[in-house]
Design a protein around this ligand. Structure first.
Ligand code: ADP
Length: 496
């Protein structure tokens, strides 16, 4: 294991976890890949290998789906009363809290994010998601329906949708696993989870806690592997009733095609290019802080990142200068350094992607007020970047960069900004900064996005639905809305 020279002592449990190859969880057992293959997991701060993980492929997915099917069709899970199901889910949340430091370290090493951020954001939010969803296990209800057709008694049941395939990304590895597993478990489904190949470690550790919490064998199966192999096999498998995916819009479209074979249900949480709109009446210091947080949190590797900053003309110079100043002050370094505010991007591929956007944007006339380049020569670091002199049709304004890069443009009034704000294929989130309540509500009503943050940004809560309009996805995560994606409605009609 190579984790660079770090200022924080690595938890012995983490040392041990990284020290031996990690297997996959199928039917309650930790097994090697059918092929015997493993793949390397890199430390993004150094670019060096820090763990080996079993490489799942079609055969492993098939075994996992078969185990999930057996667990769904028979066995203790289907017979379990809802309150017991809820208790198990709650216990899983408790176990995450009990292992908070261990998870925070795994997440920081694997993803690159600052340990300080993983401690206060990723891990507590993951625990909270399970605690919140545990309460829903006992509250999934149908209705009684008055019929006009005659003398009948009719009601609906909400039943678990069945075997669910879940494919998650690398930006918040444990939290994304929680967003997916929590509602599926509350609904009574069984699951095959495929973590991202860049960041499989925390999901595998979570698998151990799932067994410890007492979930029956086969209810949660975890198969690490690459997207084109394990992920594609899961999305296409005929034994899967529903696939839930979080990742890029491009792969989301492949998931839809793969799902067509057996018409499995699909929910998708995809990319974004979210507008963040600052009106000049706002306390501009607050807006500057907010706009910086909106793009630089998690190194811009958030599907909801406020990556298009629009500022009312008279406040433009001050706000963009302020955000650029914030960007220059951000301490970039290894996530394990206590003073680090921004870690490396997750992978060499992401580094090349983000610096490629910087080069093409700058060569098309964009001007960096801060950053614009790779940071250092080792690891996958990028300078926090503010680009001005951009035009709406440029790639850097239209496409999701998924890095710490914000474009900034001025506007004159609401009539001008509304069509511009909606002018991308995405519709995930939007930010509005104003003290004018009327303008705030007008903008919120007209922006085509699944989440609108007013005078705040990147606020996530297990109770608040999250998901996209347009090409940002299908369906919602979290809140009670997500349960609809893990249940089927059955109408029962009795002639009286
Ligand atoms: P990013 O581009 O941000 O890495 P992706 O959308 O490629 O995000 O990846 C998100 C998840 O989708 C990962 O778990 C990845 O392995 C998986 N994935 C990638 N390609 C496919 C595919 N063709 N079919 C199914 N899953 C895939």
């Amino acid at each position: 294991m190579t984790v660079s020279d770090t200022a924080v002592t690595i938890d012995p449990a983490v040392q041990q976890f990284l020290g031996e190859p990690r297997n996959m969880l199928i039917d309650g057992k930790w097994v090697e890949a059918a092929s015997g293959k493993t793949f390397p997991v890199y430390n993004p701060a150094t670019g060096q290998i820090m763990a080996q993980v079993a490489e799942g492929d079609q055969e492993d997915i098939h075994r996992a789906v078969s185990a999930a099917r057996r667990a769904f069709d028979g066995g203790p899970w289907r017979k379990m009363i809802p309150s017991e199901r809820g208790r198990l889910i709650h216990r899983l949340g408790d176990l995450i809290e009990a292992h908070r430091e261990e998870f925070a370290q795994l997440e920081s090493l694997d993803n690159g994010k600052p340990l300080t951020v993983a401690r206060v954001a990723d891990i507590p939010l993951a625990a909270d998601l399970f605690h919140y969803m545990s309460g829903w296990a006992t509250k999934i209800e149908g209705n009684t329906i008055p019929l006009s057709a005659g003398t009948y008694f009719a009601y609906t049941l909400r039943e678990p949708i069945g075997v669910v395939g879940q494919i998650i990304p690398w930006n918040f590895p444990l939290l994304m696993a929680a967003w997916k597993l929590g509602p599926a478990l509350a609904a009574g489904c069984t699951i095959v989870l495929k973590p991202a190949e860049q960041t499989p470690l925390s999901a595998l550790r979570l698998g151990e806690l799932i067994s410890e919490a007492g979930f029956p064998d086969g209810v949660v199966n975890i198969v690490p592997g690459y997207g084109e192999t394990a992920g594609a096999a899961l999305a296409a498998h005929d034994g899967v009733d529903k696939v839930a995916f979080t990742g890029s819009t491009e792969v989301g479209k492949l998931i839809v095609q793969a799902a067509a074979g057996n018409l499995k249900k699909v929910s998708l949480e995809l990319g974004g290019k979210s507008p963040n709109i600052v009106l000049s009446d706002m306390d501009l210091d607050v807006a500057i802080q907010g706009a910086s947080f909106a793009i630089f949190f998690n190194h811009g590797q958030c599907c909801s990142a406020g990556s298009r900053l629009y500022v009312e003309k008279k406040a433009f110079d001050r706000v963009v200068a302020g955000v650029a100043e914030q960007a220059k002050k951000i301490k970039v370094g290894s996530g394990f350094e206590p003073s680090t505010q921004m870690g490396p991007l997750v992978s060499d591929e992401q580094l090349r992607r983000v610096t490629g956007y910087l080069e093409s944007g700058i060569s098309s006339g964009a001007r960096p007020l801060s950053g614009g380049h790779r940071h250092g020569e080792q690891g996958y670091f990028v300078e926090p970047t503010v680009l001005v002199d951009v035009r709406q049709e440029m790639n850097v304004v239209q496409e999701e960069i998924f890095g710490p890069v914000v474009t900034a443009m001025p506007f004159t009034d609401l009539d001008e900004i509304l069509p511009v704000a909606n002018d991308t294929v995405y519709g995930l989130a939007a930010g509005i900064w104003t003290r004018d309540i009327s303008k705030a509500h007008q903008l919120a009503a007209h922006v085509r996005a699944g989440t609108v943050w007013i005078n705040c940004y990147n606020v996530f809560d297990a109770a608040l639905p999250f998901g996209g309009y347009k090409q940002s996805g299908w369906g919602r995560e979290m809140g009670h809305e997500v349960l609809e994606h893990y249940t089927e409605v059955k109408s029962v009609c009795i002639g009286l």
